[in-house]
Design a protein around this ligand. Structure first.
Ligand code: GAR
Length: 196
C-alpha cells in the first residue's frame, strides 16, 4: 500500500457507534486529507447491523459476510479476509466486531489490525465487562484499544480511557459512560496509526 492512499476497513457486528465516530473524524480531519486516508469499507458479519445504514449514508462501501453461512471459523475468516482485501487496507479496525478470529486471519493482518475492548485490559477480557467490574467493586472502569493477537483481548495496548464507577451504576449506565470515551479515543488512535 502506498503511503499516499491509506484505506481503513472497519468490521462491525451491531450499532457501529465507534465506526461512526471514526468515519466522522476521517471526514472532518486534516490528518485524513494529509495522508489520503479514508474509511474505504465497513464489513459486518450480521446483515441487520444498524451501522451498515450509517456507512451507506456516508458513501462508504458495505458488505456482509454472514458467519452462519460458513461451516467453520477458518472458512468464515477466509471469506472475510477476501472481502477486506478487496480494499487493500492499511488498517483494519474491529469496532464492536463480536467474532473470535483465527490465528491465520490475525497473522494475515499483522501490524495493521486493532480492536477496542470495553474494559481496562488486562482486566476483564471477554464478555459482560461492565457488570463484572461493578460486581468486583471496581472504582474505575474504561476501555482499551489494542493490537490484535491470536489470543482474545490481548496484544499491545495503544491507548486506554478511564471513567469512574459511580454508586448506583448498572451495566447500562457504566457502558454508556465508557462508550462516550471510546468515541473520543478510537478515532485518536486511528489518526495516530495512519499518521504513523
Ligand atoms: C463497544 O463498547 C466496544 O468496546 C465493544 O462493543 C461495543 C460496540 O459498540 N466491543 C466488544 O465488546 C468487543 N469484544 P458500537 O458497535 O456502538 O461501536
Amino acid at each position: 500500500m502506498s503511503a499516499s492512499n491509506k484505506n481503513i476497513v472497519i468490521l462491525i457486528s451491531g450499532t457501529g457507534s465507534n465506526m461512526a465516530a471514526i468515519v466522522r473524524a476521517a471526514e472532518r480531519g486534516q490528518w485524513a486529507r494529509r495522508h489520503q486516508a479514508r474509511v474505504a469499507a465497513v464489513v459486518s458479519n450480521k446483515a441487520d447491523a444498524p451501522g451498515l445504514a450509517f456507512a451507506r449514508e456516508h458513501g462508504i462501501a458495505t458488505a456482509v459476510v454472514d458467519h452462519k453461512a460458513y461451516p467453520s471459523r477458518e472458512a468464515f475468516d477466509t471469506a472475510l479476509a477476501a472481502e477486506v482485501d478487496r480494499h487493500q487496507p492499511a488498517l483494519v479496525v474491529l469496532s464492536g466486531f463480536m467474532r473470535i478470529l483465527t490465528a491465520g486471519f490475525v497473522s494475515h493482518y499483522a501490524g495493521r489490525l486493532i480492536n477496542i475492548h470495553p474494559s481496562l485490559l488486562p482486566a476483564f477480557t471477554g464478555l459482560h465487562t461492565h457488570q463484572r467490574a461493578i460486581d468486583m467493586g471496581c472504582r474505575f472502569a474504561g476501555a482499551t484499544v489494542h493490537r490484535v493477537t491470536a489470543e482474545l483481548d490481548h496484544g499491545d495496548i495503544l491507548d486506554q480511557a478511564v471513567v469512574p464507577v459511580l454508586s448506583g451504576d448498572t451495566a447500562a449506565t457504566l457502558a454508556a459512560r465508557v462508550l462516550t470515551q471510546e468515541h473520543l479515543m478510537y478515532p485518536r488512535v486511528v489518526e495516530r496509526l495512519i499518521a504513523g
